[in-house]
Design a protein around this ligand. Structure first.
Ligand code: ZN
Length: 221
C-alpha cells in the first residue's frame, strides 16, 4: 500500500509476485480481497490502446486501458508486468482511477486522453495525486531501431552495443506535468519490474506466459 496519497480515504494497493502466488489471486476472485470487502470492480480489458473511460457502474470495459470512477463503492483495477500502472487520486473528492501505460499507449496519447477526460468532467488536474508504480525502467527498457523514433530523443540513450534504452517514467512525468498535473504531486517508484525478479513479474524478462501484478485504487472497506 502506498501512503503518500493525501486523500486518506483512497487506498492504492499493488500486489507483489509472492503475495499473488501465496493468496492465489487472479481476476476471477477480486472480490476475495479483504482490503476491499464488499466493493465492486471496474476492470479494463487492456489492449495497449490510448482509450480511457469513466464509469460509476462496475464491470468490464472493452477496448480500454484506463478506468476512472466517482463511486466510492467501486474499485478501479489494472494488471501489469512491465507496463506502468499510473494511479490518480483527487485530493478531496471521491474521484480516482488507474491507467495502464506501456510504450504503445504512452506514445499513442493515453495520458493526453486522460487529461482531456478529467478536464471535461470539470476537474482541476492540479488537485490530483499521482503514483507511477513498479514497471520496467531506463536500466532495462530496450527498443530496436524500428521504434526508437517514436520516442523524443531526449529520453533515449544509445548504448555501446548500438541498442537504445528509453526512460518511460520520465516521459510520463513530463507529459503529465505539461498537461496540467502538478509535478510535486507525482510520485514515481524507482523499482524496476525487470531488475527485481523476486518481487515482480516481467513480460520482457519472463516471456509471454508470465503472470501480471494487480493494482487497485479505491475507497477502503
Ligand atoms: Zn531494470
Amino acid at each position: 500500500m502506498y501512503e503518500h496519497i493525501s486523500n486518506k480515504k483512497i487506498k492504492i494497493y499493488f500486489f507483489s509476485k509472492q503475495y499473488m502466488i501465496k493468496k492465489k489471486i487472479n481476476e476471477i476472485n477480486y472480490k476475495s480481497f479483504k482490503e476491499f470487502k464488499g466493493k465492486d470492480f471496474l476492470i479494463p480489458n487492456q489492449i495497449h490502446s490510448a482509450n480511457v473511460n469513466f464509469s460509476d457502474i462496475p464491470g468490464r470495459f472493452d477496448n480500454c486501458d484506463g478506468v476512472f470512477t466517482s463511486n466510492p463503492k467501486v474499485v478501479c483495477s489494472i494488471r501489469v508486468a512491465d507496463c506502468m500502472p499510473i494511479f490518480f487520486a483527487h485530493q478531496y473528492l471521491s474521484f480516482y482511477g488507474v491507467v495502464h501505460a506501456g510504450w504503445k499507449g504512452l506514445t499513442n496519447g493515453i495520458l493526453k486522453n486522460t487529461s482531456v477526460l478529467l478536464k471535461k468532467m470539470k476537474l482541476k488536474l492540479s488537485k490530483f495525486d499521482i503514483f507511477i508504480g513498479p514497471s520496467i525502467q531506463k536500466c532495462c527498457f530496450e527498443v530496436s531501431d524500428d521504434v526508437v523514433n517514436r520516442f523524443p530523443s531526449k529520453y533515449v540513450k544509445k548504448k555501446s552495443d548500438g541498442k537504445f534504452r528509453v526512460d518511460l517514467q520520465k516521459i510520463a512525468f513530463e507529459e503529465l506535468n505539461s498537461f496540467g498535473f502538478s509535478n510535486d504531486k507525482i510520485k514515481i517508484t524507482d523499482e524496476c519490474s525487470y531488475c527485481i525478479k523476486d518481487m515482480y513479474f516481467s513480460y520482457r524478462r519472463d516471456g509471454a506466459e508470465t503472470k501480471r501484478m494487480i493494482g487497485f485504487i479505491g475507497f477502503e472497506a
